[in-house]
Design a protein around this ligand. Sequence first.
Ligand SMILES: C[S@@+](CC[C@H](N)C(=O)[O-])C[C@H]1O[C@@H](n2cnc3c(N)ncnc32)[C@H](O)[C@@H]1O
Length: 275
Amino acid sequence: MTPEQSVPAGIDVSKPNVARVYDALLGGKDNFAADREFIAMAMAQTTPDAPLAVRANRAFLRRVVRFLVGQAGIDQLLDIGSGLPTQGNVSEVAQEVNPRAKVVYVDNDPVVCLHSKALLVDSTTTDIITGDIRRPEEILRDPTVRGLIDFGRPVGLLLLAILHHIADSEDPAGIAAVLRDAMPSGSYLAISSFRMPGPELPEIRERTIRVEKVLAENLGTGRWREDEEILRWFGDWELLDPGLVPLAEWRPFVQGPARKNDTYYTLSGGVARKP
Ligand SMILES: C[S@@+](CC[C@H](N)C(=O)[O-])C[C@H]1O[C@@H](n2cnc3c(N)ncnc32)[C@H](O)[C@@H]1O
């Protein structure tokens, strides 16, 4: 059976899709010809940096989760826009540090949910729900979420490479505020996001504007935002050192100068704590 033949009914694999394009860029198997063709076209027309960007994001994810479950002592994580279960999942990284850590994944992509559910069938510490971040209240009252996450104790909320898939008209700041309000004191919020470089980097800025256009036309999503907009998503929570920075600069495991490629300037991340 070809991958195309094993697709659940109602899923259109003739068009590229965010979760599967991301999986293909990571070298995963849960993607289709349309996803791979889109990547080849986008890389040829814009920047060949895309695989580096997803790797930088996954490396940030690993460092953040190790920090939250290790140093910060967080033992329950809500990961919204979790993506296809690929190597180095949030639950894998978290449970390496604390095998009892609880993780709930949330994604609105039916393929992500189907594959994750199959992998997690025997797990008592990790689960996935189908949910849309644009309706955060539904996620917060979902029985699976409330069964695994105790909102009376600090939570690690992960919004990694997800808010840039929310259009301005869908109010990402409002969504982040609803989620922040539901978290108790001592909770942490980690964000990574596409970032629009400033006018001091005209070539990279121009390339980034072209990439944004290609994504909008082919995936229907993907916004590169200014630092101020991304910072607003943390609300009044205390931004931990080193702040909102290029992903490679957020508490790297290995010290030394980071490579200043497009990814360096176009993806930012940070972690904040609720006072
Ligand atoms: C780029 S992937 C990021 C995966 C993972 N968080 C990471 O950082 O490696 C974005 C994920 O967000 C999901 N997504 C997009 N829009 C969403 C929405 N409105 N609600 C929930 N998930 C969404 C996509 O299906 C995809 O799996």
